[in-house]
Design a protein around this ligand. Sequence first.
Ligand code: GTR
Length: 326
Amino acid sequence: MTLKTSLFAALLGSAAMATAATACDTTLRSSDTHPEGYPTVVAVQEMGKLVEERTDGRVCIEVFASAQLGEEKDTIEQTQFGVIDMNRVSLGPFNNIIEETQVPSLPYIFRSVDHMHKVMDGPVGQQILDAFSDHDLVGLAFFDGGSRSFYNSEKPVKSMDDLKGMKFRVMQSDMFVDMVDALGANATPMPYGEVYSSIQTGVIDGAENNWPSYDSSGHFEVAKYYTMDEHLIVPEVLVMSKSSFEKLSPEDQEIVRQAAKEVVPVMRDLWAASEKESEEKVRAAGAEIVTDIDKQPFIDAMKPVYDKYVTSDKLKQMVADIQATE
Ligand code: GTR
């Protein structure tokens, strides 16, 4: 290509982009680490349809799936800076930034997914959403992330003893490093996208996650032993960059907030179906699942984690409120 033709191609390209951009007055770029078709991705796309319709095309949402915009920790920073408008992430990578997010990320804090829904739909959930505003973000809604369990490439883990000395990847949260240490294993915090090759090359023995992630990431191919200890039920969150949010009119802000809330039940249904489907798929693919596990020693081992992280009156009250939620 000559300089002239490549300049022409570049001009054509930007003209095409400009045409695409004019379809909506504002296109909010939303990040997700998961691939197309994953419940969180579909939920934000569904939310986008509501927003586009209700704003008469003033505001659209475009989801960049499969970590196209980066790994969670980096995209969180970019969302705070307003480089990314919207982000769907786990609460885990927020733990080191916003202390309130540590509470629903505590191991075994929720008795069940129903208990988690009750709490996150109530005043404690609202308190956590509000906490984002001190960090250049707007908390819009919580999504499901099921329960997370350990999996590895070495052996079926049937007790805490079996975990001793093994190396597990955790999300980039100090609390999760301490959680794994408290179980007698070793933790390596690393971005999600590096986990597959790190297991494959033996840098780590395994990781921990829910069924849909264990499936869609392909981790089950390299770590076939999954133990249902269900140590975490960490909710996921949809946030917006405060600067992007403030560029919208008050009416459009309200439409965005409302649409996020309305897709929560849609997401929960998608999630329940996806969990079932993924569990069946990994079982059929040869994953060995340990279901019969005594969780009590795991629960007891978490006391040092609570002692280290639940220190302020605010967090103590939040934990008490969660425990008192029926
Ligand atoms: C998934 C979660 C992602 C990401 C990932 C991880 O379950 O949906 O947001 O946090 O786990 O382990 O990094």
